[in-house]
Design a protein around this ligand. Structure first.
Ligand code: C2E
Ligand code: MG
Ligand code: MG
Length: 473
């Protein structure tokens, strides 16, 4: 009786001790890789900084992040993504030297603590070691996977005198490495902090901008090269910032992409553009169509088709008046599901155009299978086609390709008469560019419409073209 009772108590205590140890372990480790986690790392770092301070020594903190890791998860599934992370963790652990520590911070983010590093060159050398050890392919369930990584480096005491300061610096340096295209390491520099702060400020303001109605849509005419008439327009968003003035999309769309804010902003642009087009159609410009850009993230949004269907209903615009511009890379990122989405959109009657065609990886074999309507020749080819025979050849090829695939072709960035003449010779369908007009706010665009402005009323380009007879309008 009594012995059994004591045994039961002992067993109970052992079990409790074990589960305490387990909880303790879990609190300080990452369950997937078994590496220490962020909490553990930050404690060690604080200790190391205190030691370095009292002994007048230096140390390095590094962040390593795998480039485009999401791609593996998205294409091969999370199980394989997890396996890959485990193998990465193993290789990184093997490159540690005495006193070094590595931890897993976020999904594909690892942190290193390297005490005793005094010179930037030493830090660079160690960063190269970490990068290089990931060079050989990883074999995961029969897949041969290649990864590259970006590394941000913060040095004590130059880049921060406490744990949080160092982490922030290494983080900013990592961000910079990523922005530069990945597969590199970057040191923290003081003006990086400045830039990181500016970005943060802009990001915060971007969060509010929609609510504060600071976005405006400009419209750039798309003109028929044959008749010279305005066929439609591309909707181009701008940010009317209260202090900084009109900010072009190139300066905030990438930020909006990174933060996910592109989803509500993009939806607002679509709604605004559809509603405005409907207004103009009701004024008598019945055949006007509107082209709206979709960013990669928007395009991958799961309820995209439903959202667009709802917007069309809400604004009363018929589907064939709407054209969506996507880029090749955003389609190729996840080709299977992209093709399904495009198919559904087209089934509704919406037109699809490939923006900046020729600037990404053009996969011609895929092009044949893509459910699309229009190719937009990238500006860079248009810009140089009248001076560089190679660009002329590319433009010619794109137009022929488009037409033999029964696609419409539009040229953007048309700035000179000479470019227009060349495009007309090649029978390009529509043009868009400063030669005719920049993107305009609503009232100014409206004025163009009411004036009935056409390519030929500006200055009859066809008169200067001798190889093709002028047609009566
Ligand atoms: P994009 O879709 O390729 O738009 C064409 C860009 O070329 C526009 O710049 C337009 O103003 C400019 N452009 C037009 N004609 C000429 C010309 O003759 N010469 C030159 N040099 N440029 C010309 P913008 O408005 O600054 O837009 C830049 C990019 O920002 C767009 O490129 C598009 O990718 C993106 N963007 C604009 N609005 C939106 C939006 O609502 N949503 C998303 N996701 N992206 C947008
Ligand atoms: Mg576009
Ligand atoms: Mg474009």
């Amino acid at each position: 009786g009594e012995i059994n009772g004591i045994m039961a108590i002992v067993a109970d205590i052992t079990e409790r001790k074990q589960s305490e140890a387990k909880i303790n372990y879990l609190a300080y480790h990452d369950t997937l890789t078994g590496l220490p986690n962020r909490v553990s790392f930050e404690e060690r770092l604080a200790e190391a900084v205190a030691n370095a301070a009292s002994e007048d020594k230096s140390l390095a903190v590094m962040f390593l992040s795998l480039d485009r890791f999401k791609k593996f998860n998205d294409t091969l599934g999370h199980l394989i993504g997890d396996q890959l992370l485990k193998s990465v963790a193993e290789r990184l652990t093997l490159t540690l030297r005495e006193g070094n520590r590595v931890a897993r911070f976020g999904s594909d983010e690892f942190a290193f603590l390297l005490p005793g590093i005094t010179e930037a060159e030493d830090a660079a050398g160690r960063a190269s070691d970490f990068k290089n050890v990931l060079d050989a392919p990883f074999i995961v369930e029969g897949h041969e996977l290649y990864v590259t990584s970006s590394i941000g480096i913060g040095l004590y005491p130059e880049d921060g005198t406490d744990a949080q300061g160092l982490l922030k610096s290494a983080g900013a340096a990592l961000y910079r490495a990523k922005q530069l295209g990945g597969s590199s390491y970057q040191f923290y520099t003081a003006d990086m902090n400045e830039r990181a702060l500016q970005r943060l400020a802009l990001e915060n303001q971007l969060r509010w901008a929609l609510e504060r109605k600071e976005f405006v849509v400009y419209y750039q005419p798309q003109v028929s090269i044959d008749t010279g008439q305005i066929r439609g327009m591309e909707a181009l968003v701008r940010w009317q910032h209260p202090e900084l003035g009109l900010i072009p999309p190139a300066e905030f769309i990438p930020l909006a992409e990174d933060t996910g804010l592109i989803l509500p902003i993009g939806e607002w642009v679509l709604r605004t553009a559809c509603a405005q087009t409907k207004i103009w159609q009701d004024c008598g410009f019945n055949n006007l169509h509107v082209a709206v850009n979709l960013s990669p993230r928007q395009f991958q949004q799961t309820d995209l088709v439903l959202m667009i269907e709802r917007l069309l209903k809400e604004t009363n615009l018929d589907a064939p008046s709407l054209e969506l511009e996507v880029t090749e890379s955003s389609v190729m990122k996840n080709a299977e599901s992209a093709i399904n989405t495009l198919r559904e959109l087209r089934r509704m009657g919406i037109k699809i155009s490939i923006d900046d065609f020729g600037s990404g990886y053009s996969s011609l074999s895929y092009l044949r299978h893509l459910p699309i309507d229009v190719l937009k020749i990238d500006q860079s080819f248009v810009r140089d086609m009248t001076s560089d025979p190679k660009d002329a050849a590319i433009v010619m090829a794109i137009i022929q390709l488009a037409h033999s695939l029964q696609l419409q072709v539009k040229a953007e960035g048309v700035e000179t008469e000479e470019q227009l003449r060349f495009l007309r010779l090649l029978r390009c369908d529509e043009m868009q560019g400063y030669l005719f007009c920049k993107a305009l706010p609503v009232e100014a665009f409206e004025q163009l419409l009411f004036e009935g402005r056409t390519l030929s009323t500006m200055k009859d380009a066809r008169l200067t073209l001798t190889t093709q007879p002028a047609k009566a309008n």
